[in-house]
Design a protein around this ligand. Structure first.
Ligand code: BV8
Length: 252
């Protein structure tokens, strides 16, 4: 277990006094659950592809079977994964502060599985499927040998209900995320390289509004020099330590 970063008293005081805490997570928080991060997702037969190459509508039009099978492979990894202490600590933190908004870029659904309630899925969820043409979620479809399977309503190709590069984020999710970043008094960025837009602009919205900002990440990111507190380490260790440091005094 790497040495835990020092958790400063003003962060604990801010957390105890916080009315609204907002959190942005990336694939780093699911790494300790065995779900590879986006950067190192490409192993085995997928190693020759960059994620940005497969996660686009163009790639799907070019080779729908390849992209469908990539998501089937990722669904298999996620199905075997369980929330880790990082996910569980965020679910616990939500129960301790008056208002808590969890904004995730992850499509694995592990936050909800950990018991988090107020979760905004900015980039969708690969456990859901939708029709490529009608863009409506499809729960069941006849088992045929078609790969990808076909939409039972219009016969169009089915695709994962995730946001691909070049596609707009769900308007209501993005609006709720921006509102949370602009009204929170404490903003955490956890396990994200802070490179993909518009998600990566959210911490800067909180900074502009004078919120205290905290980064918990294994490596430095473009955000590191801009936050109030940069805690270097793994989310599955730092978040439980933060909760533990918080607990001595009963919270408001
Ligand atoms: C759009 C779903 C337009 C699919 C994803 C402005 C400037 C430049 C480019 C753009 C721009 N605006 C838009 C773009 C283009 C693009 C973009 O940002 N490109 C990047 C590459 C530069 N954005 C888009 O295309 C967006 N759409 O702009 O549409 C539009 C607008 C209106 C109308 C029509 C069109 C859509 C972006 C969403 C794409 N979909 N995912 C899928 O999953 O298959 S993005 C996907 O990649 C993830 O969801 C996530 O967002 C991102 C990966 O980032 P991270 O999660 O941060 O993961 P990463 O591996 O990078 O880093 C992990 C970090 O964790 C590391 O720092 C590591 O150190 C750390 N770590 C590792 N282990 C741990 C840890 N930390 C703590 N503990 C550990 N144990």
């Amino acid at each position: 277990m790497a040495a835990l970063p020092e958790i400063l008293p003003d962060l604990l005081d801010a957390l105890r006094a916080a009315r609204h805490v907002a959190v942005l997570t990336g694939s780093g928080i699911s790494a300790e659950s065995g779900v590879p991060t986006f950067r190192d997702a490409q192993t085995g037969l997928w190693a020759k592809y960059r994620p940005e190459e497969l996660a686009t509508p163009e790639a799907f039009r070019r080779n729908p079977r390849l992209v469908w099978e990539w998501y089937e492979w990722r669904r298999g990894l996620v199905a075997k994964a369980a929330p880790n202490p990082g996910h569980l600590a965020l679910a616990e933190l939500e129960r301790r502060v008056p208002r808590f908004t969890l904004i995730t870029q992850n499509v694995d659904g592990l936050h909800q599985q950990a018991g988090s309630r107020n979760v905004i899925e900015l980039h969708g969820n690969l456990r859901r499927t939708k029709c490529f043409d009608e863009s409506r979620v499809v729960d069941t479809w006849p088992a045929t040998d078609d790969v990808p399977p076909r939409c039972p309503r219009c016969g169009g190709l089915l695709r994962p209900d995730v946001v691909w590069f070049g596609e707009a984020l769900p308007q209501s999710a993005l609006a709720a995320a921006i509102e949370a970043a602009q009204t929170c008094d404490l903003f955490f960025a956890i396990g994200t390289s802070a490179l993909v837009q518009p998600a990566a602009s959210l911490p800067f919205q909180a900074i502009q509004r004078g919120a205290m900002t905290v980064e918990i990440n294994a490596d430095a990111t473009p955000l590191t020099p801009r936050v109030t507190h940069a805690l270097r380490g793994s989310a599955g260790e730092v978040l439980p330590a933060l909760l533990k440091a918080l607990t001595p005094y009963p919270l408001s």
